[in-house]
Design a protein around this ligand. Sequence first.
Ligand code: ZN
Length: 213
Amino acid sequence: MTEQQQTAGVLPVDDEGYVIDSEDCEERETAYRERGESRPITVVGNPVLHRECKDVTEFDDELAKLVDDMFASQRTAEGVGLAANQIGVDKKVFVYDCPDDQGVRHVGVVCNPKLVELPAASRVLDDSNEGCLSVPTAYISVPRPDYAEVTGQDEKGNPIKVRGTGYFARCLQHETDHLYGFLYIDKLSKRDRKDALRQMEEGTPRYPVVPNE
Ligand SMILES: [Zn+2]
């Protein structure tokens, strides 16, 4: 019998196997973003946002560079989460820097995320306002479960589980949706969607965006 080699993940895990992503947030986020270069954000209508991204299969330097650029771009745009297709890259990876319902900051990276289906009976919906860097200046109330879990891999390819509450739960769902080609406005009624697009028309983004053709 061979002893299975335990690969150390990028982040430590708790007793239940979830990543501990609330420690050393400032140092970790700074290190990523200082290595990275900020890129402009794609907006609704750009095809890369409206189709499923490709799975990450190579956990190499190119991916590390992408993650660094995503943290840099997220900071420039003052976002709490960013999916790769929001900087025009067709890969299933998102980064986050987001507070939970207790105000605790979480910083991390998820590749190939899958939302864990939770029993409907345990779901508590929260109808806070939601916005998206790819729908600049628009905010609309969207009901979502106030707790979420995703499984996926870290940027080295180790399997991970991430869980979150409150705004962070919203973020995990929102970013996973992005990588499957969905924006939050796709969940809205026709009227609310129109309202969001009108808000976007009327506003001016505070960060660089990629113009649509
Ligand atoms: Zn978004």
